[in-house]
Design a protein around this ligand. Structure first.
Ligand code: HEC
Length: 91
């Protein structure tokens, strides 16, 4: 009985420790996503994704601000998406 309490406590401590050391780290995999990938995963959740070339660069900035709020994206993610969407524009 006593032994099982000690084992359980130990397991909980290890779990807590790993949560404390890793819990708040953004996983590298998520942080490494490209603008194209983020665009493909997010912008078709509510409507068809507008693709690169559908708006000029100035309008992509506005759309970005608007959709960052709608889609609840971080500044880093929306910047990557907007850079990707602007990438085929020369304007
Ligand atoms: C949570 C739902 C949602 C997501 C996710 C979303 N949109 Fe939208 N989007 C909307 C809605 C709703 C509208 C219609 C305008 C409004 O009511 O705000 C819209 C309108 C637009 C428009 C029309 C122009 C404008 O600004 O109104 C564009 C372009 C657009 N979205 C692009 C995007 C892109 C690019 C992404 C990915 C970063 C995205 N959307 C992700 C909901 C979303």
């Amino acid at each position: 009985m006593k032994k099982s309490i000690i084992i359980t406590t130990f397991i909980l401590l290890v779990a807590l420790l790993s949560l404390l050391t890793n819990g708040c780290n953004v996983s590298k995999k998520v942080a490494d996503k490209s603008g194209a990938q983020l665009w493909a995963e997010n912008c078709n959740r509510c409507h068809n994704s507008p693709g690169p070339g559908e708006f000029n660069n100035d309008n992509w900035e506005i759309v970005g601000m608007h959709m960052q709020v709608r889609a609840n994206l971080t500044q880093t993610d929306i910047n990557k998406i907007i850079d990707f969407l602007k990438s085929t524009n020369n304007q």
